[in-house]
Design a protein around this ligand. Structure first.
Ligand code: NAD
Length: 301
């Protein structure tokens, strides 16, 4: 295998986490201890693994982690009450609500209840709007991680044609907004696109976020394209279970100039950017608190 073409997400994530750890140590010396609250509703096995990994990574980074568990048949009101308590707790900087929620919850309403300043997943409409306006807001972790991988692989992205496959709120749409912010020409294709493959063949950068195993093979790709494979799909192959991406890695490799593997590509970057967002949130909240107390001091004169 031509490893020179591999975009190593684990190594990139370790670089981000090293910086996060150093930032946390610096903040602690100034009396700021970043804290992340993770809420898990129910006992979905995949969510249990994700939450465990997030808490582990937070602890390794020096971030204080708080785990809140609600039973699957909890009510929306109980979840909203917990979010309100965490919003009001000044010692909590980031709130992460692990998705998906059990079917009887209104996911969008719960996400919207999180204080946008603590919304380390970047899903609150205030942050979504801020991203599309190019404001400095908390942005979703997976697309932010993809951007870092692209910048590491390509340097300046300005003027490149990027095709994003998928238009979810979690990956596709924020990915497109971030690429646009980096001055790419951006095309988004989705399940109703009639010419997805033809558009993809024109792309310098392809970001696949579909959830269909090995949908994109070499015939979709321009020679020399850079491919970021967000997809995580579990398949049974040769009698064993394994994870594959949305891109047919073996077919694509000879055609591309760089590609992320699955696993070991985008996945580790998602958690690393969750930690980065928690630190950013802690810093922003400390600044806001300081200017508030300065304003109080000034107003007494
Ligand atoms: P989603 O189901 O919400 O969205 C999938 C998108 O793909 C939709 O917008 C749909 O229009 C589009 N699509 C479906 N079929 C298509 C087709 N034939 N052609 C073109 N577009 C098509 O999924 P999501 O949450 O965006 O996740 C996508 C994939 O990324 C999944 O495999 C998910 O597991 C993975 N994921 C990985 C990470 C990570 O950290 N690596 C994070 C989030 C999601």
């Amino acid at each position: 295998m031509n490893t020179a073409k591999l975009i190593d997400g684990k190594a990139a994530a370790n670089r981000v986490l090293k910086q996060v750890k150093a930032d946390v140590q610096r903040l602690k010396r100034k009396g700021i201890e970043p804290a992340l609250a993770v809420i898990l509703v129910g006992q979905d096995p995949a969510s249990e693994v994700y939450v465990r990994n997030k808490i582990l990574r937070a602890e390794e980074s020096g971030i204080r982690s708080l785990e809140y568990r609600l039973v699957a048949n909890s009510s929306q009101a109980e979840l909203l009450a917990l979010i309100a308590t965490l919003n009001a707790d000044a010692s909590v900087n980031g709130i992460l609500l692990q998705l998906p929620l059990p079917a009887h919850f209104e996911e969008a309403r719960a996400l919207q209840a999180i204080d946008p300043r603590k919304d380390v997943d970047g899903f609150h409409s205030e942050n979504v709007g801020g991203l599309s306006q190019g404001r400095d807001v908390l942005t979703p972790c997976t697309p932010s991680g993809c951007m870092q991988l692209l910048e590491d692989a390509c340097g300046d992205l300005s003027g490149k044609h990027a095709v994003v496959i998928g238009r979810s709120n979690i990956v596709g749409k924020p990915m497109a907004a971030l690429l646009l912010q980096a001055h790419c020409s951006v095309t988004v294709v989705h399940s109703r696109s009639t010419d997805a493959k033809a558009l993809c063949q024109l792309a310098d950068i392809v970001v696949a976020a579909v959830g269909r195993p090995r949908m994109i093979d070499a015939s979709w790709l321009k020679p020399g394209a850079v491919v970021i494979d967000v997809g995580i799909n579990r398949i049974e192959e040769n009698g064993r279970s394994r994870l594959v991406g949305d891109v047919d890695f073996d077919s694509a490799l000879p055609q591309v100039s760089a590609i992320t593997p699955v696993p070991g590509g985008v996945g580790p970057m998602t958690i690393a950017f969750l930690m980065k967002n928690t630190v950013t949130a802690a810093v922003q909240q400390a600044h806001a608190q300081r200017s508030q107390s300065e304003a109080v001091c000034l107003s007494t004169y």
